[in-house]
Design a protein around this ligand. Sequence first.
Ligand code: HEC
Ligand code: HEC
Length: 337
Amino acid sequence: MDSMEVNKAVASVLVAGIAFMVATLVADGMVHPTHLAKTAITVDTSALNPAPAAKAEQQEPPVGPMIAAADPKAGDALAHKLCSACHSFDEGGKAIVGPNLYGVLGAPHGHMAGFEYSAALKAKTGPWTYDELNQWLTKPAAYAPGTKMGFAGLASEKERAELIAYLRTLSHNPEPLPAATAPEPAPAAAPAAGAAAAAPAPFGAALAAANPAEGEKLAQKYCSVCHSFNKGGKAIVGPNLYGVVGAPHGHMEGYSYSAALKDKQGPWTYDELNEWLTKPAAYAPGTKMGFAGLAKEHERADIIDYLHTLADQPEPLPAAGAASAPAQPSQGSAPAQ
Ligand code: HEC
Ligand code: HEC
């Protein structure tokens, strides 16, 4: 009897609690985005020109150089004017209307544990990159239709760059700044040939002495569990590798690369492929290529020589270099180096 009473009492408290939570959530959903957005933001609209509904994001140039040049202090001031009604920025800070933003750059979308994100944001995969933050802050509702961030957006690219430069500092280990000048994915070919030729270095000699037929066998043995090599071939665990030499890092359309690899700028040169295959996790810490690396330089050279043949118009091989390259062009494996 008594215990029945207790159970009932507990149950009713629970029900009341749940009802209260639901009411709060509903109220949150209904009230904040409109209310807070208005009160928090109208204060400064004159100065800030929130993005007019439709335009702005069409054909923006890549924001990297702007961010590299932006002043994080100005971003700090803007964040406190524009965002702090809804966001805290300190490490371990609480959610307000929106999640805490410490460490958000490079973290997955919806990065704050326990925050109730909208389905719109939860559906976004991968980490927040500079470019994505730029799109998001231009017009949240366009980047993630259905988002519950009640903020119209910022039309000024300069202000977005400042804000993002500030967000970048909120980390023990800030991400590297985007390159100040380089356009994002280099249009392949020409710069690659240039870069490779400019740095013949020691590896050039190994490459000039390499044997692509040997490389093909090695690639079948070591790499083909995860990679296809034919033109138009499918991703397996890793991306298809046709045409990778001289192509931008992360060259396969539609393949979901790790942030580690996506952050690398410019085309794959011979030297970079050599470093990568020596130890992927050292070249791109955090990569998802589950391959320890190849210690033997002549094996790496053979494989890269083979990769270089996988193109409609193979890149020129680097000059054998002034180095005293063993002049035995395609004569199998040199003695292990
Ligand atoms: C009116 C309240 C409000 C304002 C103002 C606001 N935000 Fe938000 N923000 C939110 C909410 C709510 C979410 C969660 C969105 C969702 O789940 O769809 C969010 C999400 C975010 C996220 C994604 C976080 C993550 O963990 O993925 C970033 C980044 C962000 N806001 C940055 C900003 C910046 C920078 C400003 C100022 C320019 C700003 N917000 C202004 C409410 C706001
Ligand atoms: C266990 C699976 C696995 C093996 C074995 C493997 N890879 Fe990979 N590889 C991957 C994955 C996954 C990625 C994507 C890495 C990322 O996004 O961080 C990748 C990426 C690459 C890239 C970058 C492609 C681009 O588009 O930027 C190259 C080049 C590459 N691998 C070459 C090789 C070679 C050569 C071998 C054999 C010596 C090899 N891989 C062995 C899984 C593998």
